[in-house]
Design a protein around this ligand. Structure first.
Ligand code: GLA
Length: 385
């Protein structure tokens, strides 16, 4: 039985009727890390690891959700206003229902059966996948026209205001707008975007360090504050700037003495990373493999030394990858402090790359890494299979 049939059968057993199926992907980010909340540029790709939702409407205003991953259900009354944040997995789907209602959509009720294969806490946006798949399902079930950008913004709002994580727009946006075979160059200020075709014969190989440091959430917010601090100080002499997106490398050098060393290095990461995203996108267009590799290496180094969001395991994973055949570029991906690296690998070498990295990482850490050979996938949608 395929995934789709299995989910339909599970739904029928649990809720006693037929379901419509939806899916939204997780993501990797090829380059442009910690730039989204600075109004900058990112270049993520949706991947073929996803969250699935089997869903059917109810007319009584109740939202019942079952998670096959945690084997738990939750029920909420949509007419009764928002529930309070609980710190549990259901904050994501309930937060999305709340944000969609806040955005003016009229939702009634629904039964949802949710199952995801994006690994949790690995920096591949399992949370965006559940938000977007549930949001898409609710809109489609009630016949609302789906505007993918509005959906992404509602999901980001759910995460910011309901779940309590101050993420940028990248993860939800790519889960909505992904395109098979492409990455997406996104301007996080204007939300203008364009698909960037990935070279043929390339695999997106995602290597999970299997570590997640407890620092991830708190340090993310610290980095955001340091960027805001940088903007505040620089705006005293550069009144036209609104965010680090508006600061050039020359500005930053000229006014360096206004910033503490730490804030200066945080700003330098963001300013140089924005530039790397643009150069990476044009290197992709030209098929310039040498530049791709160099830019990914520079990005990793900048995240490690200036932004200080890498960790020993991520550095090691990048290091062992660089010793394998067929590598076009490697760096940490996502928020950092553990999680995954993204590796662009020639498809013919992907299997050997996978076993070579796994063996070297295991030898050095005694941990078995999960390594996924991914393709760039489409964004959220209804499944008709
Ligand atoms: C997390 C956030 C994103 C982005 C990245 C870092 O994945 O959810 O918005 O800030 O970290 O690039």
């Amino acid at each position: 039985m395929g995934d789709a049939q299995f989910l339909r059968a599970q739904f029928a057993t649990m809720f006693g009727r037929a379901a419509t199926l939806y899916q939204a992907p997780g993501r990797v980010n090829l380059i442009g890390e910690h730039t989204d909340y600075n109004d900058g540029f990112v270049l993520p790709a949706a991947i073929d690891l996803a969250c699935w939702v089997a869903a059917a409407r109810r007319e009584d205003g109740k939202l019942r959700i079952y998670s096959a991953n945690v084997q738990e259900s939750v029920e909420s009354d949509l007419g009764r206003g928002p529930q309070r944040r609980s710190g549990k997995w259901w904050d994501y789907p309930l937060g999305v229902a709340w944000a969609l209602q806040e955005a003016g959509y009229r939702l009634h009720g629904a039964d949802l059966y949710v199952r995801g294969d994006v690994p949790l806490g690995a920096g591949l946006s399992a949370s965006a996948a559940i938000e977007v798949s549930v949001g898409y399902a609710l809109l489609d079930l009630f016949g609302c026209a789906i505007d993918r950008t509005r959906l992404a913004l509602a999901c980001q709002r759910a995460e910011n205001e309901f779940v309590g994580m101050r993420c940028g727009i990248m993860d939800q946006f790519i889960s909505c707008h992904g395109q098979a075979g492409h990455a997406l160059l996104l301007d996080c200020r204007s939300l203008e975007h364009r698909a960037a075709r990935l070279p043929d014969g390339l695999r997106l190989v995602v290597c999970n360090t299997m570590v997640r440091h407890s620092l991830a959430a708190s340090e993310y917010n610290v980095r955001r504050m340091q960027c805001e601090e940088g903007v505040k100080r620089l705006a005293e002499v550069l009144p036209q700037i609104r965010s680090l997106r508006d600061v050039t490398h020359e500005d930053l050098q000229r006014h360096r003495d206004r910033l503490s060393d730490t804030v200066y290095r945080r700003c330098r990461h963001v300013v140089t990373e924005n530039d790397r995203v643009q150069r990476f996108a044009s290197a992709l267009e030209r098929g310039d493999r040498i530049s791709l590799k160099q830019l990914m290496a520079d990005s990793h180094r900048s995240l490690r030394d200036d932004y200080e969001v890498s960790c020993a395991e991520l550095d090691l994973m990048v290091d062992v990858a660089s010793q394998q055949t067929g590598l076009l570029g490697a760096r940490m991906t996502g928020g950092g402090f553990g999680g995954c690296t993204i590796n662009l690998v020639e498809a013919v070498h992907a299997r050997n790359f996978q076993s070579g990295v796994a063996a070297a990482y295991r030898a050095a850490t005694r941990k078995d890494p999960d390594i996924y050979l991914c393709e760039a996938a489409d964004g959220a949608g209804r499944r008709n299979d």
